[in-house]
Design a protein around this ligand. Structure first.
Ligand SMILES: Cc1cc2nc3c(=O)[nH]c(=O)nc-3n(C[C@H](O)[C@H](O)[C@H](O)COP(=O)(O)OP(=O)(O)OC[C@H]3O[C@@H](n4cnc5c(N)ncnc54)[C@H](O)[C@@H]3O)c2cc1C
Length: 385
């Protein structure tokens, strides 16, 4: 195998997007993407992310694979003393046709893979990395077939448990939650239109996201044991629970797919790059799926990686080290800001403390009453920089 200039590790959405970006920046690229189980999640991607996907050639026509989200409806379903008002955000208020698009991850993956196949300087191997070591000015990666490969620049996009992050000595902070997320596809008796509807319960939201027609994607966050008990009830029990949780607003509910559970945690790193190695996607940051930040942030990693490589002189000595430092610098503020925002939102929903309830209710009242505040909230949530 001839030595590539860059190796991208990980075949998830962040990994494929990164491999395409690195190759499009002109580097001879090797993508290590072992086949995994199908990704049953869906991703609400904010407009800046969708625009990036289109400009990078990763998605040609959003309407062919996804649904636009034009409204966000928040219903306080707690029985707390100080309850928040029902709040409706409408994209037209922000002067937008939609806030976001909701895509099945399987469809995104197909679309990203189609973009990858056309690039002659990008090779893909379905191999995983078992070891990584700094050798002179490059990184040597040991592969699952017993071979090894060396490159000056490496992108670790190998997910939350990233071996690249650990082996390259990045310090990470992780917090596990006792809550988990249950996801499945539903058929509703009444359509959601373009509205994502969030019922906020004390342990987390029960969210229905439009998936076209009368279909919806459910993301239900609750205590792990509560979700396990619900799963054990089987399809009929789940239908009953889902109807109760959605306050019987959407008529008869049918399950279109089995319910899958995802454990939740937060993860952040002090720096996203050093010594010619960078982290992208959940290798660098993980959040509970609240405020739809995870993949949006992963795509912002990739967009910044693309910009850094476009400005890198590949003929200069130590170009890979410089590119990794530039990337780390560029990502620092965004990673810090988004981490604080999502963590605060999550904790305020879980908290049983009256001051937090009052603040949250007060915050939603302020958003309900002030169009200007709502506009600012849109900008923060959509990652407008
Ligand atoms: C329930 C739920 C709902 C979500 N909803 C949203 C949403 O609406 N909007 C949003 O923006 N985000 C959302 N997210 C977050 C989003 O799904 C993730 O941020 C995103 O999928 C992570 O992609 P990734 O490529 O970084 O990681 P992964 O998808 O975990 O991919 C990592 C890849 O690395 C590979 N790998 C691992 N180890 C190795 C190795 N040693 N060698 C080679 N390869 C390796 C794996 O096989 C895998 O292919 C949600 C998450 C959950 C749990």
């Amino acid at each position: 195998m001839t030595a590539p200039q860059a190796i991208v590790v990980g075949g998830g959405l962040a990994g494929i997007a990164a491999a395409v970006a690195v190759a499009k920046a002109g580097l001879d690229t090797l993508h290590l993407a072992p086949k995994g189980p199908p990704d049953r999640r869906t991703s609400a991607l904010m407009m800046p992310s969708v625009e990036y996907l289109q400009s990078a050639g990763l998605v040609t026509e959003p309407a062919a694979i996804g649904q636009p989200l034009t409204q966000i409806r928040i219903i306080d379903a707690t029985s707390r003393l100080v309850r928040a008002p029902e709040t409706l955000f409408d994209s037209r208020e922000a002067g937008l046709a939609a806030f976001a698009w909701n895509f099945p991850n399987i469809k995104l993956l197909e679309s990203f893979e189609a973009a990858r196949t056309g690039l002659s300087n990008l090779r893909t191997l379905e191999l995983s990395v078992s070891g990584l070591e700094r050798v002179a000015d490059a990184w040597r990666l040991d592969l699952s077939d017993g071979s090894s490969v060396t490159a000056p620049f490496v992108v670790g996009s190998d997910g939350k448990k990233s071996m690249v992050r650990v082996a390259a000595g990045f310090r990470a902070r992780e917090n596990g939650f006792t809550e988990a997320a249950l996801v499945c596809d539903l058929e509703l008796g009444r359509p959601l239109g373009g509205a994502s509807v969030e019922f906020h319960y004390p342990r987390g939201p029960f969210t229905l996201v439009p998936a076209g027609g009368t279909r919806a994607n459910l993301v239900w966050i609750d205590d792990r044991d509560v979700l396990k008990a619900a799963q054990a009830e089987g399809p009929d029990g789940l239908r009953r629970i889902f109807s109760d949780k959605s306050q019987h607003l959407f008529g008869d509910i049918k399950l279109l797919t089995p319910a899958h559970m995802f454990l939740l945690s937060t993860l952040s790193v002090d720096e996203a790059g050093h010594d010619g190695i960078v982290l992208a996607g959940e290798a660098a940051h993980a959040f509970p799926p609240i405020g739809a930040q995870g993949l949006n942030l992963g795509l912002r990693d990739v967009a910044d990686l693309s910009a850094v490589l476009a400005g890198t002189n590949l003929g200069a000595p130590r170009w890979a080290v410089k590119a990794s430092e530039d990337y780390s610098h560029r990502r620092a503020a965004d990673l810090g800001r988004t981490g604080v925002m999502v963590d605060t939102l999550f904790r305020s929903l879980l908290s049983e403390l009256l001051p937090a309830q009052a603040m949250r209710a007060g915050g939603l009242w302020a958003l309900k009453l002030s169009p200007q505040l709502r506009k600012q909230a849109f900008s923060v949530g959509m990652g407008v920089r």
